[in-house]
Design a binder for this molecule. Structure first.
Ligand code: ADP
Length: 289
C-alpha cells in the first residue's frame, strides 16, 4: 500500500436531509441532520484510508471546538495530522449542505475564514516518506509550482496529483508539473465545454502534459493518457441515488488508489467511477469497501 499525503481542505459538513430541494424564501423542516467531516482533501483521504493506504493530511486547522473535532475525526480514521498547521483561534471552515432525498442532489453554502496553507508552510513539511502527494488548487493556486518543487526535491519517487475544482488565479502555472490533473465537470463547463472529451481535447499538451481526467456526474468521466489517447467510462449508478456529497472526492481516491497499484489508466478510470457510484448509493463516506 502507498503512503499518501493530501494537502487541502478539512471542513465541518452540516448536512440537512430534506424531502425535496426547497423553493427560495420558503421554510422547510429537515428530516435528518448529520454533522460530519468534509472537505475535498479530507474526503479523499477518508476513502484512501478505507482502501488500506497510509494517509496523512496537511492543511490549516483552527484550534477551537469544531477544528478539534475535525482533527479528531481524521485521526480516528487513522489519518495522520502531524503535517497540518494548527492556528490558535480562527474559525473552522463549514459547509452547509442541503441534501435532497428526491434526487440525491447536494446544494452547498460554504463559509471559510481561515488562511490557506502557504508554500512556505508546506516547505516545512517532511515529504520524504510519501509515495503520492495529492494537492488541491485552492485560492492559493499560485503557490502550487513551489509546492510541487518541494515534493520533487525531497521525495523524487512521489507521484503528484492536482485537483482542479474551480477556476483560480495563477492556476495555469500549476498545471504543467503534476503527474495527474483531475478537473471537475464544473470547471470544464465554466470554460465553455459541454462534454468532458471536448474539454480534455481542448487542453494544450504543452500546458498540461500529464494525465488529465475530467468527471461529468451521472455521465461518468473521461481521461487522456500520457500518449494523448482518450479513455471514457460511464457512471455506475446505484439502485437509488441517496447522497452525492463527496462523489468527486471518492472518484479521485479511487483513481489514485488504482494508479498507485500500477493499474492502467483505463482500469483506474472505471474503478474510480464504480467506487463513486457505490458512494452515491449510501449516505456519507463510511463502509465503502
Ligand atoms: P463532484 O462530486 O465533484 O461534483 P461529479 O458530480 O462529477 O463530481 O461526480 C464524480 C463522479 O462520481 C462521476 O464521474 C461519476 O463517476 C460519479 N457520480 C456522480 N454522480 C453520480 C450519479 N448520480 N450516479 C452514479 N455515479 C455518479
Amino acid at each position: 500500500m502507498a503512503a499518501i499525503l493530501a494537502v487541502g481542505g478539512a471542513v465541518l459538513d452540516i448536512v440537512n436531509v430534506v424531502a425535496a430541494y426547497p423553493a427560495e424564501d420558503s421554510e422547510v423542516r429537515a428530516e435528518r441532520q448529520a454533522v460530519r467531516l468534509g472537505g475535498n482533501a479530507a474526503n479523499t483521504l477518508a476513502v484512501l484510508a478505507q482502501l488500506g493506504h497510509r494517509c496523512a493530511w496537511s492543511g490549516v486547522w483552527a484550534d477551537e471546538p469544531d477544528g478539534r473535532r475535525i482533527v479528531a475525526d481524521l485521526q480516528a480514521r487513522g489519518i495522520q495530522t502531524g503535517p497540518a498547521r494548527r492556528l490558535a483561534g480562527g474559525k473552522s471552515p463549514t459547509s452547509y449542505i442541503t441534501l435532497s432525498r428526491a434526487t440525491g442532489s447536494r446544494t452547498i453554502v460554504h463559509h471559510r475564514d481561515l488562511p490557506e496553507l502557504s508554500a512556505a508552510d508546506f516547505e516545512a513539511v517532511d515529504v520524504a516518506p510519501y509515495d503520492w502527494v495529492h494537492l488541491e488548487a485552492r485560492p492559493n493556486a499560485g503557490d502550487i509550482p513551489r509546492m510541487i518543487r518541494h515534493v520533487r526535491r525531497h521525495s523524487p519517487r512521489a507521484r503528484i496529483s492536482l485537483e482542479v475544482e474551480k477556476a483560480r488565479e495563477g492556476l495555469e502555472h500549476g498545471l504543467h508539473d503534476p503527474d495527474v490533473v483531475l478537473f471537475s465537470g464544473d470547471y470544464a463547463r465554466g470554460q465553455g465545454y459541454a462534454d468532458p472529451e471536448g474539454f480534455l481535447r481542448g487542453l494544450d499538451p504543452a500546458t498540461v502534459p500529464g494525465i488529465k481526467v475530467c468527471t461529468w456526474g451521472s455521465a461518468g468521466a473521461a481521461a487522456v493518457d500520457n500518449a494523448g489517447r482518450l479513455h471514457r467510462t460511464p457512471a455506475f449508478p446505484p439502485a437509488r441515488v441517496v447522497d452525492t456529497v463527496g462523489a468527486g472526492d471518492t472518484f479521485n481516491a479511487g483513481l489514485i488508489d488504482a494508479l498507485a497499484r500500477a493499474r492502467s489508466l483505463a482500469e483506474a478510470l472505471e474503478a474510480a467511477a464504480r467506487l463513486a457510484g457505490r458512494k452515491c448509493g449510501r449516505e456519507g463516506l463510511d463502509g465503502l469497501t
